[in-house]
Structure formats: structure tokens, C-alpha cells
Write a protein that binds this ligand. Structure first.
Ligand code: HEM
Length: 544
């Protein structure tokens, strides 16, 4: 249909008649210059905004979902699987997605190479942690180095702990791990028909907790039942975890609330009291180690002993020693217990793997004694079985978030200062280019060559064969201890028992516990493999 241009123009003119846009001959209206000024200002503003937009590095953010107003994509975090699949649908370029979590810039890293490129090779910028005002700054007084930023205090505490947990130092804990593993097996045998769904996980929790506490404080070998100390440290861990859940405390959303004078903010006084009591409790545990060191000239090796001895070298205060040791329970107990739960699921779902591991144990260790951590070199299949559990079902699927401290450019993408970095560990571990086409399957043999020897671990995994321990400067400082303690438990359980599910089990489902994920509970039967197994374990407990 032909358009009547003059007609349209005159119609427009009629509509805009209230604004004298053009001066007619003889028109003396004073508003004409004003209109010109307004138009000029708007034009300038438009030019400014367009130039700013064109020049802004924010145009080059990695691709990602737009999300909803204000909350962005924060709500999708409630379901980890959905969150990751949402991010994965955007990682067609660069293996990196950008997500707005209620205003917090966040990137999700989905291949091991990208994780290493940023968190490892640019560790100077990507080793911070998000600010947790209530739990970290007020309750813990900034002392939990797991959540401390990339600060001198974090460096001091981390270096001191690393001294006690480096590969050449962890051999001194092997006896503790072997004793605890034997106790764990005996506890599991107490309930051979444990049809309570996941009833054995209670024993795994006790094992992990008592290994960590024994390694940290040289506490006497604890029974696998819970003792008073375990109850207290568990309460501390629970309080801190609850307090750091997003939205629990308003001060995390409105940091200016910190300026409210103490007398009007009872929550600050309560937090200070909690901090004082907890510091006293943790200081008391270190104090007992000191007493043993003074009384006997030396205590059995443990983390607290190293921290006390090395305090001057690393410049640690008394409170820093107490908290550096105290945080180990929080970081190291649930993670290990859950890994053992995934191990149990893998075993009931893969009886062939169970049999192959047991054949190796029978051939190398025999039945006259239980396996030891020192046997690991001769037990490559059992050893990679632990590695494969951590690859197949990472217990901390998002890692712990790192935070960038400066603006950064990577593969043409802009990563603003203060960006959170979340590792999509399941995606990294299912990369067919790294782990093969069967990456989704549980298959320990993938880590061995055709002669059954350990293959070199894939690039960027720090020789672990996976990145379940995180990456960069913040990589899990307890990973060598964890590898040993998990090996001790797995080897002892497979040496002593056949594991069989009683009833249904779900290989794909999971229970979301916040930072960690565990299998959906199922009943498992731990059947002794031979008559003398339990007697041999009883004899070995405490005799090494
Ligand atoms: C299966 C067992 C374990 C898993 C899966 C695990 C996983 C992790 C992960 C993902 C991180 C964060 C790394 C990062 O920020 O990139 C971490 C940090 C940490 N882990 Fe572990 N961990 C385990 C066992 C342990 C044990 C046994 C201990 C101590 C006895 C421990 C102590 C720590 C500490 C202190 C940190 C904080 C490091 C820092 O911020 O500098 N972990 N762990």
C-alpha cells in the first residue's frame, strides 16, 4: 500500500503541536531555543552512553543466562544439576559461562584447562574468597583460613599447615589411619545385616572425624562412637556452616550494619561471645598437646605439634594456631565420609570392580594381615579405585568459590574484579577428550595402562587424576592426608568384606547438603569374606 508521506508528516505535526519544534517566519516563541537545547542535551547523552557502551569491557563478558531482574540467576543455585546444565548450555565458546547471582558477577569454569589457566596459572589474581561477614569475620574473627581472603594471614596459616601435611610429612600418620580403618571395619561388622538405609554412613562419619582429630591433636584413638570432643567440634562446624548460608544474616547483604554501635546490635555481642568461647575451646585442645610435648619431651606427631614448633618461623599467634588446627575438622571430616559413601555405591553397582580389587589384595597382602597405606605402590588397582570415586562423583561438585582481585581478560572475555569463580567439577570430569568416551562410567582401570601400571594423570590435575580437591593456591591442603585415609579405609573394607546392596539403590541421584553432595541412602550388607578377617583386625588395632 503506497504511503502518503506528506499526510503522515502533517499528522505528526498536529500531534507535536504543543512543542514548537521549528520556528516559523515571524514566530517569536521563547521556547524554541529551549527545545533545541533539550534535543542537543539528549543527543549528547545518547552519544555519551553509546560511546561508553562501545568502550565498556562489560560488553565482553563471557556468554551466560540473563536471569531475572534483581536476583539474576541466583535461584537456580538451589538445584546444582539445573544450575550446571543451564551454564553448560552457554559454554559453546571458551568453556566459561558468566552468571549474575543477585548482582554478584560469577563465572563457571567447565574444563580442567580453563580452571588451571585461571585459578592456577593466574593464581596471583584468582586466589581470593568471597566475603562472609557474619560467619567468617564476626563468628570466626577472620581466623578460618578456608574462608579467609588472599591475605598475609591466610598465607601464614596455610604455609604452616602445609608443613605438617606435605607429601613427605604425611607418612607419620599412617599408623593412625590403619588403626582407625581397622576400627571402622569392626564397627561395620557389628551390623552385618544393616538394613537401615545408609546406616553405615554413621560409621564413615565417625571414621573421618576421628582420623582428622587424631592427626590434628594426637587425641587417643577414639572409638567409632561419638565422644564429647567430636560433638563440640561438630557443633562449631554446624554453627559456621549455618551462618554462612546466603541470606541468613542481614549484615552480609548490608555491610554498613557493621557500623551500628555494639550496644544496639546484640547480634555482634553474641557473635563475639561465640568467638571467645570457641577460641578458648580450640586453644584448650592445642594446650593439651603442648602439655604432652613438655611432659614427655616430645608428643606423637600431629598438626598442632608442628604449628606450635613452627609458630615463630611462620609468625603465627596463639589464636591463629588454635584456629588453623580447629578448621581441619570442618574441612576434612564430611568430605571424606561422603567419599566413602560414594565408594559404597560404586561397589554395590560394580561387583566386577569389587572382585578385581579383592583379587589384588589377596595376591599382594594375603589374608594373614590387613592392608597398610605402605602397600599402596603394590596395589595400583585399589589405589586408582579411590581416585576414580573422587573423579566419578566429586563430593564438592562446585569446589569452594575463588574470587578475582583485579580486572582480567581471558580468551577475549572480560572478567571484572571481584568475580566469583565456580568450578563445574562434574563437567570437567566428564570431558571425553580428557577421560575418554566412557567418562560418565565408573571405571578405575581408566587410570592404568595395559600392563596395569599407573598412567600419568591428565594435565592440570596435579597428579591426582581429577580436580575434586580444587585448584590453584587454594587447592585442598589436606589432600595427601585424605588420599591416605581414604585408601586405608577402602583397602581394609574390601579386604574384609563383600559389599552387597539390600534393596534398591540409585546410581544417578544425590542428596544436596549445601557444599557437598552424597548418594541417596541405600542399605548395604558388609559380609566378612573369610572367617579370620575380623579376628585379625581386632589383633591389629593399637598393636602397630
Ligand atoms: C575427600 C576429601 C576431601 C575433599 C574432596 C576436599 C576438597 C576440598 C576442596 C574442593 C577445597 C577447596 C579448594 C579450592 O578452593 O580450590 C578444599 C580446601 C581445603 N581443604 Fe579439603 N578436601 C578433602 C579433605 C580434606 C582434609 C582431610 C583436610 C584436612 C585434614 C582438608 C583441609 C582443607 C583445607 C584447610 C582447605 C582450605 C584451603 C585454603 O583455602 O587455602 N581437606 N578441600
Amino acid at each position: 500500500m503506497p504511503v502518503n508521506i506528506p499526510g503522515v508528516l502533517s499528522g505528526l505535526r498536529a500531534h507535536l503541536a504543543f512543542l514548537p519544534l521549528t520556528a516559523e517566519p515571524g514566530d517569536v516563541s521563547v521556547s524554541s531555543p529551549l527545545a533545541s537545547i533539550i534535543i542537543a542535551l539528549f543527543s549528547l547523552l545518547a552519544v555519551y552512553l553509546i560511546t561508553r557502551y562501545l568502550k565498556s569491557p562489560w560488553r565482553y563478558l563471557p556468554p551466560g543466562p540473563i536471569g531475572y531482574p534483581i536476583v539474576g540467576s541466583a535461584l537456580s543455585l538451589l538445584d546444582k544439576k539445573r544450575f550446571f546444565s543451564m551454564c553448560e548450555s552457554y559454554v559453546f565458546v571458551g568453556d566459561i559461562a558468566y552468571v549474575n547471582l543477585a548482582g554478584q558477577p560469577t563465572i563457571v569454569l567447565s574444563t580442567q584447562q580453563v580452571v588451571a589457566d585461571l585459578l592456577d596459572r593466574r593464581a596471583g589474581n584468582f586466589s581470593g574468597r568471597p566475603r562472609l561477614i557474619f560467619s567468617h569475620e564476626l563468628l570466626a574473627g577472620g581466623m578460618t583460613f578456608t574462608t579467609e581472603g588472599h591475605t598475609p594471614r591466610w598465607r601464614r596459616m596455610r604455609r604452616a599447615v602445609n608443613e605438617a601435611f606435605r607429601p613427605s610429612a604425611v607418612g607419620r600418620y599412617h599408623t593412625i589411619e590403619a588403626d582407625k580403618a581397622a576400627q571402622l571395619a569392626l564397627a561395620l561388622a557389628d551390623n552385618p545385616h544393616d538394613t537401615v538405609s545408609g546406616g553405615y554412613s554413621h560409621h564413615y562419619a565417625s571414621y573421618a572425624a576421628s582420623v582428622v582429630l587424631a592427626i590434628t591433636y594426637d587425641l587417643p584413638i577414639l572409638n567409632t562412637g561419638k565422644g564429647g570432643i567430636i560433638d563440640t567440634v561438630e557443633r562449631i562446624a554446624r554453627d559456621l556452616a549455618r551462618a554462612s548460608a546466603p541470606g541468613t544474616h542481614l549484615v552480609d547483604l548490608f555491610p554498613r550494619m557493621l557500623d551500628i554501635p555494639d550496644r544496639y546490635a546484640t547480634w555482634k555481642l553474641d557473635a563475639a561471645t561465640w568467638h571467645r568461647c570457641t577460641s578458648e575451646f580450640l586453644g584448650g585442645l592445642v594446650g593439651e598437646v603442648k602439655e604432652r610435648m613438655e611432659a614427655s619431651g616430645e608428643a606423637r606427631p600431629c598438626l598442632a605439634q608442628t604449628l606450635v614448633e613452627e609458630a615463630d618461623r611462620f609468625g603465627l599467634s596463639e589464636t591463629e594456631i588454635s584456629w588453623a588446627a580447629g578448621v581441619m575438622y570442618i574441612a576434612g571430616s564430611e568430605t571424606q565420609a561422603i567419599t566413602l559413601e560414594w565408594f559404597t555405591l560404586a561397589m554395590v553397582g560394580h561387583l566386577d570392580v569389587q572382585r578385581r580389587a579383592q583379587a589384588e589384595l589377596d595376591a599382594v597382602v594375603g589374608r594373614a594381615r590387613a592392608p597398610r597405606v605402605g602397600d599402596r605402590e603394590q596395589l595400583p588397582y585399589v589405589s586408582v579405585l579411590v581416585r576414580e570415586v573422587l573423579r566419578w562423583r566429586p563430593p564438592v561438585p562446585m569446589g569452594l568459590p575463588h574470587k578475582s582481585e583485579e580486572d582480567e581478560w581471558y580468551r577475549g572475555f572480560f572478567i571484572p574484579k571481584g568475580t566469583l569463580c565456580i568450578i563445574n567439577v562434574p563437567a570437567c570430569h566428564s570431558d571425553a577428550e580428557v577421560y575418554g568416551e566412557d567418562a560418565a562410567e565408573f571405571n578405575p582401570a581408566r587410570h592404568l595402562d595395559e600392563k596395569g601400571r599407573l598412567k600419568p594423570a591428565p594435565a592440570d590435575t596435579k597428579d591426582e587424576g581429577h580436580i575434586s580437591y580444587g585448584s590453584g593456591r587454594r587447592i585442598c591442603v589436606g589432600r595427601h592426608v585424605a588420599n591416605d585415609a581414604l585408601f586405608a579405609a577402602v583397602a581394609t573394607i574390601l579386604w574384609a568384606f563383600n559389599l552387597r546392596a539390600e534393596g534398591a539403590f540409585d546410581m544417578d541421584g544425590y542428596v544436596d547438603r549445601g557444599i557437598t553432595v552424597s548418594p541417596i541412602p541405600f542399605a548395604c550388607k558388609f559380609e566378612p569374606r573369610f572367617a579370620e578377617a575380623l579376628a585379625t583386625l581386632s589383633e591389629e588395632v593399637g598393636s602397630r
